[in-house]
Design a protein around this ligand. Structure first.
Ligand code: KIV
Length: 290
């Protein structure tokens, strides 16, 4: 594997999602909530950036995604869209932005494209959200579905628990997946679902499944970038692989900075601006010091 950045050329579209699945090529997706992370993810050649409502927990410090608002989402989506030019950009519709009323759902979905530079939206739920999904797609806005563990329903699900572990529950996810595909979704995130269930569903769909905690048989994978980089240390789900331990590195750097400031080691000469002797003398004269 190369360590140099990939410099990708062609914009990823929702059509690429379908064609990659048809060719048996796996899709990569990561979250980003800010300009710099979006730039890094885009430069790495990741297919898609999800501005997830997980930002509520990772960036805003909430205990769940429920308090996240449309304004929070649009603010972060705008920053991400300034940093990425190639990846397919997906804005996550927050709790209560699409559940109450279909017209409101379409209106809110449109804001992600019109005001925040997103290419598509994601929303959670199956049969119970079908009207909203159809109406949003009907308005020309691509929709990524999200089934299995749907964090906006944690109060109904009884916490962040694996879904689809009974035959009934697995059937429900399969049926919802087929409904979302028929409604025109360009892909479906499957979160915290047993690998065999996710693999079977993937084999029944023409659109790609993007797994998170759903095993290796999905058509692509998504992770929260802060988890992957080892930045979010509140808790690490079983399905996360940490590719770096940045939390520890950051802590070390900050402690070193503190002790160098306290010992007068930082700033050194190379971090300091100078004034010529001539200007300095003039300054002292004018300041009445000579
Ligand atoms: O909000 C989010 O980041 C997500 C992913 C975990 C799929 O929904």
């Amino acid at each position: 594997m190369s360590n140099s950045p990939v410099s990708p050329a062609k914009k990823v579209t929702t059509a690429v999602f379908r064609s990659k699945k048809a060719r048996g090529e796996l899709l990569s997706m990561l979250t980003a909530y800010d300009y710099l992370t979006a730039k890094a993810v885009d430069l790495a050649g990741i297919d898609s950036i999800l501005v997830g409502d997980s930002l509520g927990m990772v960036i805003l410090g909430y205990e769940s995604t429920l308090p996240v608002t449309m304004e929070d989402m649009l603010h972060h989506c705008q920053a991400v869209s300034r940093g990425a030019s190639r990846a397919l950009l997906i804005g996550d519709m927050p709790f209560m932005s699409y559940q109450v009323d279909v017209r409101e759902a379409v209106w809110n979905a449109g804001r992600f494209l019109q005001e925040a530079g997103m290419d598509a939206v994601k929303l959670e739920g199956g049969k119970e959200r079908l009207d909203a999904v159809q109406a949003i797609i009907g308005a020309g806005i691509p929709v990524l579905g999200h089934l299995g563990l749907t964090p906006q329903s944690i109060n109904q699900l009884g916490g962040f628990k694996t879904q689809g572990q009974s035959a009934d529950a697995a059937m429900q996810i399969l049926e919802d997946s087929l409904l979302l595909e028929k409604a025109g979704c360009f892909g479906i995130v499957l979160e915290s679902v047993p690998d065999r269930v996710a693999g079977y569903i993937s084999s029944r769909l023409e659109i790609p499944t993007i797994g998170i905690g759903a095993g290796a048989e999905c058509d692509g994978q998504v992770l929260v970038t802060h988890d992957l980089l080892g930045l979010y240390d509140n808790f690490t789900p079983k399905f996360v692989k940490q590719y770096a331990a940045l939390h520890t590195k950051i802590n070390q750097a900050l402690q070193t900075y503190k002790s160098e400031v306290e010992q007068g080691v930082f700033p050194a000469e190379e971090h300091t601006y100078s004034i010529t002797d001539e200007e300095w003398e003039q300054f002292l004269n004018r300041a009445g010091e000579s």
